[in-house]
Design a protein around this ligand. Structure first.
Ligand code: UGA
Ligand code: MN
Length: 243
């Protein structure tokens, strides 16, 4: 099956380097479709040019965060993007393939793709560099997920990171109410609840969740000056040569 790799992204000066680094991972992966959903009101041409150049099959969509959430702290990061992708999957009646939410700043071991491809319903695996414990993931006993380790449980039934699971689209298509609400911190939990997941159905991956194949790395970012975030450097070009 094809892996639908869902990447929320947003305009900032780190956007092109993040997408470039991620593309250089995805270029090693066969049968992949990259769903790039930008938190922006339109599809920038420079992103299209960039994506075309990589040669990875992709769909580029614009999915801005609703303005009422823009200033809120915490803001629902990447949610409008993932919701747009869920809508696109529904509209295209996609019931074949594997869905994975892969943020633009994480680090992915190539073995992760071999692990998630045979997902029947929902597979899960640990994610490195999450909060205080530096790891978040399922606890496995005799090949079955029995509990979760995460430094922020917060009443969640599924205390997992967005990068810690994959879903079979055929399974997901049975749940027309699949959703990811704008609720910071609870996106994963409520998404997994919306597809009626049961603990005994979870397929542990990464040698019974003993291997870390994805890390929640974060790029130190710097706010761009208050000018329109366009051209000059945002589109990956520089006018230095012309000075
Ligand atoms: C963590 C989780 O790993 C995310 O899956 C989760 O969405 C996020 O927390 C959250 O709920 O706040 P974190 O590293 O804190 O991720 O957040 P970012 O990496 O900054 O954002 C998550 C994704 O959303 C990224 O792919 C980013 O490009 C995108 N994003 C971020 C937007 O589309 N718009 C924004 O304003 C900020
Ligand atoms: Mn991140």
């Amino acid at each position: 099956p094809v892996i639908y790799f869902v990447t929320p992204t947003y305009p900032r000066r780190e956007q092109i380097p993040e997408l470039t680094r991620l593309a250089h991972t995805l270029l090693h992966v066969p049968h992949i479709h990259w769903l790039v959903a930008n938190d922006h009101e339109r599809c920038d041409t420079f992103i299209d040019i960039l994506l075309n150049r990589f040669g990875i099959p992709f769909t580029h969509m614009a999915s801005p965060m609703p303005s009422k959430f823009r200033g809120s702290k915490p803001a629902p990061r990447g949610v409008a993007n993932r919701r747009a992708v869920l809508q696109w999957i529904r509209q295209n009646n996609l019931t074949n393939g594997i869905l994975y939410f892969g943020d633009d700043d994480n680090t992915y071991d190539l073995r992760l793709f071999d692990e998630i491809r045979p997902t029947q319903r929902v597979s899960m695996f640990p994610v490195g560099l999450i909060a205080d414990y530096a790891v978040s993931g399922p606890v496995v006993r005799q090949g079955k997920v029995v509990a979760f380790l995460d430094s922020w449980i917060a009443g969640r039934r599924w205390p997992v990171d967005m990068a810690g699971f994959a879903v079979n689209l055929n399974y997901m298509s049975q749940y027309p109410n699949v959703n990811m609400p704008y609720k910071p911190g609870y996106e994963e939990d409520l998404f997994l609840r919306s597809i009626n997941l049961h603990i005994d159905q979870i397929e542990p991956r990464g040698n019974n969740c003993t291997e870390i194949l994805v890390w929640h790395t974060q790029t130190k970012n710097k706010k761009a000056p208050v000018v329109r975030l366009e051209a000059k450097y945002m589109d990956g070009r520089s006018n230095l040569g012309a000075l």
